[in-house]
Design a protein around this ligand. Sequence first.
Ligand code: NI
Length: 431
Amino acid sequence: MEYSAEKLHEEKVFKDPVHRYVHVRDRAIWDLIGTKEFQRLRRIKQLGTTYLTFHGAEHSRFNHSLGVYEIVRRIVDNVFAGRPEWHEEERLLSLCAALLHDLGHGPFSHSFEKVFDLDHESFTRMIILGDTEVNAVLTRVAEDFPKKVAEVIAKTYSDKLVVSLISSQIDADRMDYLQRDAFFTGVSYGHFDMERILRVMRPTDDQVVFKHSGMHAVEDYIMSRYQMYWQVYFHPVTRSSEVILTKILHRAKYLYEQNYSFKHKPHHFYSLFEENVTVEDYLKLDEAVFLYYFQIWQEEEDSILKDLSCRFLNRNLFKYVEFDPAKEYKKLARLSVLFEKAGIDPEYYLVVDSSSDLPYDFYRPGEEEERLPIHLLSKNGELRELSRESDIVDAISGKRRTDHKLYFPADFIEKGRGDSAITEIAALLEL
Ligand code: NI
């Protein structure tokens, strides 16, 4: 039998707290899950440093990837199967792309990508197309299959219906992470009726659309995105931990460039510092490796690297105040001078962080390139964009609410009381 059509003798199931069970019948899917590149995702947390704010948020990208696969499997097997707009030969491709869509995520990806100027999407592509176990499995399906999977994930694949299953304003990726992140953080937002949404999904030639009668379930999904966005993803404490993590990596890179002699050579980071990371180096990086070095750096000579590493591991985070960069730039410049005077390096200890830098959004029809807006299908076959039909969605869509915060170590300022620069800092920060 052709490998692409090969089924397991018995269905395998993974117990999943969000979808109850994840079902695997296809041999190729089972083999992909067993590759070392996919198993690596167990060692990368889905929400990065969020566990320092919501202690339950320890779930991995492995969990999430299986969840996205399961949602797509339910759509193609239970909703789309037999409909003329759906091309059955795209089934395995859709499942593989769903499973592998986050394969290239690095440890604490958000901060990591920012510091080293990398992007996980290009690593996903390189892992799929490179000399890897994942590539070997995909090539068994067909010679050009790895390329097709990479194209679906990169949103360049010719069948846009398949692309919209994995990336659109309401795709399997988002439906999984919203529910999963809500479950593991324990917040009461983020829940919506996915079963209902799946039931009203319809395939068209170029996208997934939703029967008009399912509008309220879709509204609920948008609201849950909105709530999760502000309550979880943009949480100021999580941002504080990300600021510290980013600064640890900056400092380590800087020291390496200064030929600083580390007590214990950070080999795993060399190619990152030198900006010539290969796929092979990249796959050796996971959060266990990062945390191992942070542990070691707590005993480094360099006081900044040492302090920041201690802060991260022991959750002694920076405090913050609201900050308006347009109006308060003079205050920031003054604070910077005062930090220098007080012997606190502002480069590492006085940080403006903006929520618009974060990779989440709720709903912006048409504004976000590459992501199709949500379309409702009325009885007469007409398609209408969601925010034109729903007052609730219209009220929250398209409004970009950026918020800026200024992060700093309040404990340093507390300890320095009495010093004239510190006194002025405390006054400016209203401490
Ligand atoms: Ni994802």
